[in-house]
Design a protein around this ligand. Sequence first.
Ligand code: ASP
Length: 322
Amino acid sequence: MSSRRKFVKKLGLTSLLPFISKSKGLSLGHSCIPKDPIMISTWNHGLTANKAGFQIIINGGSAIDAVEKAVVEIENDPENKTVGIGGYPDRDGNVTLDACIMKGDGSCGSVAFLQNIQNPISVAKLVMEETPHIMLVGEGAKKFAMEHGFKEVNLLTESTKKDYENWLKDTDYVPMINIENHDTVSTLALDNHGNLAGACTTSGAAWKMHGRVGDSPIIGAGLFVDEEVGAAAATGWGEAVISTSGSAMVVEAMRNGMTPSKACEYISKRIMKKYPNVDWLQVGFIALDKYGNTGAFSLKKGFNYAVTTKDKHELIDANYLM
Ligand code: ASP
């Protein structure tokens, strides 16, 4: 139990919670007492990510180091075809990676259209820490990475090359819903010190146009974190997330009093309204408020996310619209 929580309990202040909730402008029905640390991540691979990242938090480390470690674990997995090495290439056969990272105080870094570098999230973190900028793309991002010791790597594995060659036979370009049930990995964390952070990394939509950048490296779209409120991240069709400023909107909905789940549902409904007749469209959001309450929602069935605390490590099916 966190020391602030113990303190509130000790003083017998729990009966005041409804008033505390109101004064914070938060809706009742979710906790406003700071909770123990927590980490949430998108999709099945979120369990692996959380396992790696939460260890840092348990050892007293920071949320920002924890989310980096969590998603690096997935970037390094060549079997995962939607993130890092082994990710599906664009329609010209190039694997191009997008990632961003953000702290609760608004510090953030991002890389997009990065080729031949295995851990875009770590490059994004360096952009945040070492440069006056937020976003580096393409050759510039790669040059920066190599100057900081990253090695050039061939990201197209034999297995994804085979899938690409199969795709070339009919070059059908309809995005698949819940591709392999694991897409972009987005991780949000609250550490022992009450700090929030988030990370988001992907190889993007399979067979995209060369040069296409999705929502995942765009602060406010694929990820947004504000220590005054909470954090949110997205997965799914990036164009729909960018055009609605998805993750920033989830955080704003929480600021206005919605629970993390309601906020994710609200933005999903807005997206659905904008794209009423697109049957293949899938977008999912996860959210974590500064008290440790979590939620998720998606347009279509099939989105899940992993939740890890000191006491649990589980995969949860998100609620959905259709
Ligand atoms: N959001 C990613 C993109 O559009 C892909 C995904 O999560 O499926 O690049």
